[in-house]
Design a protein around this ligand. Structure first.
Ligand SMILES: [Zn+2]
Ligand SMILES: [Zn+2]
Length: 264
């Protein structure tokens, strides 16, 4: 492969990585750039210092960490991934270690790790498939939503307009509870089309004509609540969402009263 072909190929691969990383929801600014006047001095920048990725020989890349904080964050990771101490230091007397690697997968992992650190993802949420990480992922998403809410409108608008239009896909493995459909259906029929919380009629009916209500566990199953008709109510979508967002004591009490009422 000629030198320029190699360069084009590497650039394409790095651009794909950049796109993947930039499409992380709520992510900061990480971008791929190149040193002016030197096409092969390509680097990622995300505020934590540049991480250089340069082509060296046939299928050989040089990964260099440019700042002390970045070395602190990634130095041991790189040693572990590459299975060796740095091949050299770019600037004698300064800490700019670089590794020559032949495996693009290591480049890829290094770039993801760099992004992972720059995005301050919780450790349980790697950018690779997440094992049992739904909770950590949701917490991270919520944190990002709060960060978005704190941005001034003009900056938010700019970022929203420039956001990559492709949502990032992550595999999440998580445990869930199987709720008893008979308990849920009984709670809905017992409510007879009226929301157990606000007392108004279901907002619409299903194609079958059945009023649309959602079953809800007053004491959440995840907190040890029972999957029984003494803990399940039927709510309109608004009230259901409200319970999951606010879960106010007075609403819980109202629902418990309603269940008692049915028991009479
Ligand atoms: Zn309601
Ligand atoms: Zn619910």
């Amino acid at each position: 492969m000629s030198k320029s072909l190699r360069m084009a190929e590497l650039k394409k691969r790095l651009e794909i990585l950049e796109r993947e990383i930039r499409s992380i929801p709520g992510g900061g600014d990480i971008w791929l750039d190149q040193q002016p006047g030197s096409a092969k001095h390509m680097y990622f920048d995300g505020g934590a210092g540049k991480m250089y990725v340069k082509p060296r020989g046939i299928n050989e890349y040089e990964i260099a960490l440019s700042t002390n904080p970045l070395v602190d964050e990634m130095g041991s990771f790189m040693i572990e991934q590459c299975g060796k101490q740095p091949d050299k230091y770019n600037h004698p007397g300064r800490r700019e270690p670089c590794w020559w690697v032949t495996d693009f997968e290591i480049v890829r992992r290094a770039v993801y790790r760099y992004a992972h650190k720059s995005y301050q993802l919780p450790d349980e949420v790697s950018l690779a498939p997440v094992q049992n990480g739904e909770k950590a992922l949701m917490a991270w998403v919520e944190e990002n939503e709060q960060r978005a809410a704190a941005l001034p409108l003009d900056l938010l608008q700019k970022r929203a307009e420039q956001a990559p239009a492709i949502a990032r896909k992550v595999d999440v493995l998580s445990a869930t509870y199987i709720r008893n459909p008979e308990v849920a259906n009984y709670a809905k029929r017992r409510a007879n089309g009226i929301c157990d919380l606000c007392g108004t009629a279901a907002p619409f009916s299903k194609p079958t004509g059945e009023p649309y209500l959602e079953s809800h566990h007053v004491k959440w199953i995840s907190n040890g609540g029972e999957d029984s008709i003494n803990n399940v109510v039927a709510l309109c979508p608004n009230c259901h969402r409200k319970m999951h967002v606010l879960n106010r004591d007075e609403d819980i009490e109202k629902l418990e009263q309603q269940i008692l009422q049915y028991g009479r």
